[in-house]
Design a protein around this ligand. Structure first.
Ligand SMILES: O=c1ccn([C@H]2C[C@H](O)[C@@H](CO)O2)c(=O)[nH]1
Ligand SMILES: [Zn+2]
Length: 148
């Protein structure tokens, strides 16, 4: 069974959640009306945020989490400590979709803070959200060329 943790947030968690809440204000979601924001904490304490960006060609929409990750990686950051996800849903936390879980997994087993509008959260590690996951080590076993 997954190890769920809920409760009062430490300061850094509060800041991360605050940033993900801010990010959702920029959400472009004319089709779902679901505003989602995400904030990603780098190893050296920087926070990158992102929102979901939808498209009239529905499947081209991108989630908040992957936008935050892609922004960070594009600016040279690859080591992350935690990620938060917020939305405008009144009474429930927002769990990352399967695609986002796999993309987070690429960069390590970090805690994922899934928040509600009142600032409370449920935390699960990426390993709990995506057990027995696929990753670079399998490619190495298959003798694929090493990544940079
Ligand atoms: O964790 C999640 C879940 C959903 N969405 C977005 C994708 C789409 O724009 C909208 C409805 O699925 O919510 C995210 O950005 N992150
Ligand atoms: Zn997603």
């Amino acid at each position: 069974m997954a190890n769920l943790k809920t409760g009062e947030a430490d300061d850094w968690i509060k800041s991360l959640i605050q940033e993900s809440n801010k990010a959702k204000e920029f959400s472009y979601c004319p089709y779902s009306q679901l505003q989602v924001g995400s904030a990603l904490l780098t190893e050296d304490g920087k926070i990158f945020s992102g929102c979901n960006v939808e498209n009239a060609c529905f499947y081209l929409g991108l989630c908040a989490e992957r936008n935050a990750i892609n922004k960070a990686v594009s600016e040279g950051y690859r080591k992350f400590k935690a990620i938060a996800v917020s939305s405008n849903l009144e009474d429930r936390v927002i769990p990352p979709c399967g695609a986002c879980r796999q993309v987070i997994r690429e960069f390590g087993d970090i805690p994922v803070f899934m928040t509600k509008v009142d600032g409370s959260y449920t935390m699960m590690t990426l390993e709990e959200l995506l057990p027995l996951s696929w990753g670079a080590e399998y490619l190495e076993e298959l003798d694929f060329p090493k990544t940079v």
